[in-house]
Design a protein around this ligand. Structure first.
Ligand code: AMO
Length: 460
């Protein structure tokens, strides 16, 4: 007969927390071997734990090692990527190797039991993987992503993105937001443009969601303040260092705003909390990348798009882009440099983009309806956020859709939301891979995607 109740003591008694280990403690550790270094008297075994690497020391005379069958073996018989249980005593240490997280302790091993070995003796040496923009280096890493993620720097990247996502949720929940989960198979793209993936859905054409835009606005009608952390899909045909075909979008939408500045203010407070949390929780990860977190002063500069074109041209910082309906990449870099030099800010807002260049849901500026109450937030020369105030009246949506040649009937459920009443509202979305890579000074956003999707890659 099957067991009636589960019988696990793993979490309660077997999982020992290295983070709380003190000198002199006897400790038992489960972990994978990251590296083995053999010496005359024994050697060092580096263990991979959830939060980083730990050094352990083998003394041939006092440490016993047993294989899966309980046979005694030597340190020479241990290889990388072997799962072990290790027992020993915590000693103080001063470890110089930056990749080792626990640099003030090491474990003097009394016993190791091998639990499971890899099926090859030639496992990929993840410790040797380089960080480089070189295409062939990236290809090798991404082709072997399932294993290359075990590299200490790659592990660090995703601890940082996890911390960013947690801090994002934590802050928003603390100010009354509800987390929602919205569909990614949708009947219409929310952002317009051609970069939408089509797919067959039982004979009907549907799309992968470019963003949760419609659904987060619907969420405002229900909960007033909502957020989502979820994948978004863009059929970007170009292979650049800042675009992915699937990225994680940190989305926010809030009701009862008075202007888009309320949304911008919320985003600044949110980013302050995120930066503070990453500084507190990820010092090891930041050190591994020699990374400096961005400066976010109390007052972040904000320029209208037309002002930026004028300013950069008049100051001789870029060629003439006046009259253009978006920022040129060289302008994005130049205005960020200008904001840093003049306002001590690594962030800069650009507002009032022309209506015809923004998604249809952006509210037009009542003072100049050719412009929208929408913004981009730039950091380190690249956009990390778009946001703004949205239209909240059904008739304004219908008018704008018809002007743009869109068929309102295709957006019935969305329009029905406004038909049934909505408060003034606005929101924004931050690309998780972009913000993570900027925090760590990584130049290719794909490195901050666990399993990147680009025009050439859908596996692993
Ligand atoms: P937008 O299209 O500007 O706005 O996207 C918001 C943010 O998502 C990130 N991002 C990307 N990251 C990697 N690869 C891509 N292909 C990619 N595309 C976008 C960027 C960008 O700033 N609905 C609006 C947001 C809103 O107004 O609330 C939207 O999706 O960091």
């Amino acid at each position: 007969m099957a067991n009636t109740f589960i019988n696990s003591t793993f979490i309660q008694s077997e999982y020992s927390d290295v983070a709380n280990a003190k000198q002199g403690d006897n400790i038992r550790i489960y972990g994978m071997i990251q590296n083995v270094r053999v010496t005359k008297w024994g050697g060092f075994i580096i263990i991979r734990k959830p939060d980083g690497l730990l050094q352990t020391v083998i003394q041939n005379e006092t440490s016993s090692i047993f294989d899966e069958n309980g046979e005694k073996i030597g340190i020479n018989d241990l290889s990388r990527e072997t799962a072990i249980i290790l027992e020993g005593q915590v000693n103080s240490a001063n470890i110089k190797d930056k990749s080792v997280k626990y640099n003030t302790i090491e474990i003097a091993v009394t016993k190791i039991n091998v639990i499971s070995k890899p099926s090859t003796t030639e496992v990929i040496d993840v410790n040797a993987l380089k960080f480089s923009d070189d295409e062939s280096v990236l290809r090798y890493k991404f082709d072997n992503r399932q294993v290359s993620l075990r590299n200490p720097k790659d592990m660090a990247i995703f601890r940082v993105s996890s911390t960013i996502a947690q801090a994002f949720a934590e802050y928003l929940v603390s100010v009354g937001f509800t987390q929602i989960f919205t569909p990614k198979i949708v009947s219409e793209g929310a952002e317009g443009g051609a970069n939408v993936f089509k797919m067959d859905y039982f004979g009907k054409q549907v799309y992968l969601a470019q963003s949760p835009q419609f659904y987060k606005q619907i969420g405002v009608g229900v909960y007033e303040r909502v957020f989502e952390i979820a994948p978004a899909y863009r059929a970007e045909k170009h292979n650049t260092s800042r675009h992915l075909n699937e990225f994680i979008s940190l989305d926010v939408e809030m009701g009862f705003i008075k202007s888009q500045e309320d949304v911008m203010e919320l985003e600044m407070n949110l980013l302050r909390h995120i930066i503070k949390t990453v500084r507190e929780k990820c010092s090891h990860e930041l050190q591994l990348f020699d990374a400096q977190l961005p400066c976010l002063p109390d007052k972040v500069p904000a320029f209208r798009l037309s002002e930026v074109h004028d300013l950069l041209f008049n100051e001789n910082l870029t060629p003439d882009h006046r009259g253009e309906d978006d920022m040129a990449p060289e302008e994005e870099r130049a205005i960020c440099k200008y904001a840093k030099e003049n306002f001590g800010s690594d962030f800069v807002f650009i507002t009032h983009f022309p209506a015809e260049h923004r998604a249809f849901y952006a509210m037009n500026d009542p003072e100049d309806p050719t412009l929208t109450l929408s913004y981009d937030l730039l950091m380190c020369g690249i956009e990390i956020t778009s946001g703004g105030q949205r239209i909240h009246k059904e008739e304004d949506y219908r008018k704008k859709m018809i002007e743009r040649g869109m068929n309102p009937d295709n957006f019935r459920f969305y329009l029905d939301t406004f038909h049934n009443g909505m408060p003034p509202h606005g929101g924004f979305a931050i690309g998780l891979e972009r913000i993570t890579s900027f925090f760590l000074g990584i130049s290719n956003v794909k490195e901050a995607s666990l399993f990147p999707r680009d025009i050439n890659r859908v596996a692993p």
